[in-house]
Design a protein around this ligand. Structure first.
Ligand code: PMP
Length: 321
């Protein structure tokens, strides 16, 4: 597999600078308080050249994130959109990942300051898919997904990712590929940077409603392109997860990844989770399926055709550059 490669040029507040010179002060709200937002967007090689997938939807989410953080727009959304395209062109990769970042970077401390200067940075890297044809081994995390009452989880805010990061780190240090986080009622919420789907015994596909998750653009894509099976937003209990025939996670970076096994040992050690969950009896690990299941495989293929512009019906999601 090709290795990820960092783009050389960053679009920083209107100008391209070398990645090594794209720096911000240590003493600013974004660094000190996690007060920044970002997006993750993929672009693909297609028969008609490179295309950014669902750029408009990522722009809408970026706008929502910026508004949630009371950020004043130094650039219009249209200017940011054009700059994203230029950043892809300037870095020259045929396919990859774009990371727009917005933050307060004035050299100030304290929550009572009124930062006005918003820094916008755009990066574009070559970033191949991680999927290696195998199913993931995951653990249910003892870290509970953030409560939506604290702050909108629909905004993609850097500070939220401490929760995702710790859950992911813990999973990896215990030998798992990633984690599944439960919400505060003990229902399945999402993975650290991906949404989750289950397939039940009737081949119906379910994903948690959007209350306690970041409702992903890949999740939305799956719900829209999956016409052969019934799909719905549902509450997913641990029992539903244990009874699922197939489980997969979705996200821009990961696309669609099958889950092969789920371990509940660590989550059972958290008393506040135990209060809400009726754990399965018997083995601590549920083997979903060793190889990716047939529906997951079908959706992976369909998704790949959609993002590569092979299905006319969905070409409106592509911004050719
Ligand atoms: N949940 C979280 C917490 C995420 O960070 C992501 C990645 N953006 C997702 C879900 C999936 O979202 P998308 O499909 O828009 O990448």
């Amino acid at each position: 597999m090709m290795k990820a490669k960092e783009g050389k040029y960053v679009w920083l507040n209107g100008k391209f600078v070398d990645i090594k010179k794209a720096l911000i002060p240590i003493k600013c709200q974004s660094v000190q308080y996690g007060f920044s937002g970002f997006e993750g967007i993929r672009f693909y090689k297609t028969k008609k050249g490179r295309a950014i997938f669902r750029l408009e939807d990522h722009m809408k989410r970026l706008e929502y994130t910026m508004k949630s953080l009371n950020m004043k727009f130094a650039f219009s959304l249209n200017e940011i959109r054009k700059a994203i395209i230029k950043t892809v062109q300037k870095n020259g990769f045929e396919e990859g990942y774009i990371r727009p970042w917005v933050g307060y970077t004035e050299r100030k401390l304290g929550l009572d300051t009124n930062p006005t200067k918003v820094t916008i940075a755009l990066f574009a890297d070559y970033w191949p898919l991680y999927f290696l044809g195998k199913s993931l081994r995951v653990m249910i995390s003892p870290f509970v997904r953030l409560a939506p009452e604290s702050f909108s989880l629909h905004a993609k805010i850097a500070g939220h990712y401490v929760n995702s990061y710790l859950a992911s780190q813990e999973a990896k240090s215990n030998g798992f590929d990633t984690a599944i986080l439960l919400d505060r009622y003990g229902n399945v919420a999402e993975a650290p940077v991906a949404n989750i789907f289950i397939v039940n015994e009737y081949n119906e596909i379910g994903t948690p409603g959007d209350e306690c998750i970041l409702p992903g653009i890949t999740r939305d894509t799956i719900m829209k392109i999956c016409k052969d099976y019934y799909t719905a937003e549902i509450d997913i209990s641990i029992e539903d997860l244990w009874n699922a025939k197939e489980v997969f996670i979705t996200g821009t970076a990961a696309e669609i990844m099958p889950i092969g096994s789920i371990d509940c040992f660590h989550a059972r050690l958290n008393p506040s989770i135990n209060e809400h969950v009726c754990w399965p009896t018997g083995s601590r690990t549920k083997i979903v399926n060793v190889k990716p299941g047939p529906i997951t495989k079908k959706l992976q293929k369909l998704y790949s055709q959609v993002v590569h512009g092979e299905i006319t019906e969905y070409e409106h999601w592509l911004t050719y550059i």
